[in-house]
Design a protein around this ligand. Structure first.
Ligand SMILES: Nc1ncnc2c1ncn2[C@@H]1O[C@H](COP(=O)(O)OP(=O)(O)OP(=O)(O)O)[C@@H](O)[C@H]1O
Length: 308
């Protein structure tokens, strides 16, 4: 039977080095946008172009970090098929791997903020083309208590939502699950003052976000000056989180203007400490990360990430 699609002739103008390239596609089958058919297509495109490709599905949380940390991981490209949490796992693993390969991302998560940051394609042919062309950019990241984050580390209401969201709700409703959980938690929470010591300056706010990139929660710009491909972090301090302010900041976020909203300060930094009188929830890259105090700094190292 004739296949419905064929990788042949679909990827012209490839660099000759594409042939013989080794690629491990490591996929998180529990991520929100997991799509086996898409991964098979990418694998076929790459194989057709002469790459040696392995497609492997994780069986447990933490496996991506274990694979990325393994110095015997002898591939040219580790392609993570998952969301930002899965990519975070890979970067954490790379920290202890002296021979880390280049990283590629096949966006399959719920929010895929990194994909927005880097303008990554979502169509299988375009993803395969990027891996074959193998153009990379430096991926800079932050460290929270020494643990890498690619997008942001925050303390306050958004982290409480991340701590409170159930996986079942997230899988059922995707991004809407965050809205439901925020409404539920918002009814009964007690907010705290969070102190920020940032490169010698002091701020106090109700929600503090250290961001490595421009976007937050998907395609929403919170820091137009930031980029994951340049060194350095920015901290947004939101002074209030009462219901009226929360709605005001929420609308500003949707319009990409939160950095200009009244009651918000944005400061570029290298090193900051978030602390509070009582422990406040912290999240990094959309996953729970304990409570304050937390030390945030821009990592000195960088990784190579495949871009279109
Ligand atoms: N086989 C597995 N079983 C359970 N958890 C896994 C498995 N493989 C990976 N994980 C974990 O799932 C977590 C969340 O996955 P991921 O970030 O890919 O998806 P998501 O939550 O839908 O996306 P996003 O981070 O964009 O919201 C990751 O932190 C990872 O450690």
């Amino acid at each position: 039977m004739r296949p419905l699609w064929s990788p042949s002739h679909a990827l012209p103008d490839l660099a000759p080095e594409a042939k013989g390239k080794t690629v491990l596609i490591l996929a998180n089958p529990t991520s929100g946008g997991y799509n086996p058919r898409k991964l098979e297509k990418i694998q076929s495109y790459l194989t057709e172009a002469g790459c040696r490709v392995t497609l492997r599905l994780t069986t447990h949380a933490g496996e991506i970090g274990e694979v990325a940390a393994d110095p015997r991981l002898a591939v040219n490209v580790l392609a993570i098929a998952g969301g930002d949490g899965s990519v975070n796992d890979a970067i954490a693993g790379f920290q202890t791997n002296p021979a880390a390969p280049d990283l590629a991302v096949i966006p399959c998560g719920t929010a895929n903020v990194l994909a927005h940051e880097l303008g990554l394609p979502s169509r299988p042919a375009a993803i395969a083309r990027a891996i074959l062309n193998h153009r990379t950019q430096p991926l800079h990241f932050g460290l929270a208590n020494g643990h890498p984050f690619i997008l942001m580390a925050s303390a306050g209401f958004d982290a409480e939502v991340v701590h409170g969201i159930s996986l079942a709700l997230k899988r059922k409703f995707g991004k809407l699950a965050y809205v439901f959980t925020a409404l539920k938690i918002g009814m009964s929470r007690e907010s705290s003052d969070i102190n920020v010591d940032v490169d010698g300056q002091k701020f106090t706010g109700k929600l503090v976000v250290a961001t490595n990139g421009r976007f937050y929660g998907g395609p929403f710009v919170v820091c137009p000056d930031a980029s994951v491909t340049t060194h350095g972090l920015h901290v947004l301090v939101l002074r209030k989180d009462d219901p009226v302010s929360a709605v005001r900041f929420g609308l500003a976020l949707l319009m990409g203007r939160v950095h200009k909203a009244k009651g918000v300060t944005v400061t570029a930094f290298e090193k900051a400490r978030f602390f509070a009188k009582r422990p406040v929830a912290v999240q990094i890259d959309g996953d729970a990360f304990g409570t304050t105090p937390v030390m945030i700094e821009a990592a000195k190292d960088e990784l190579a990430i495949v871009v279109p």
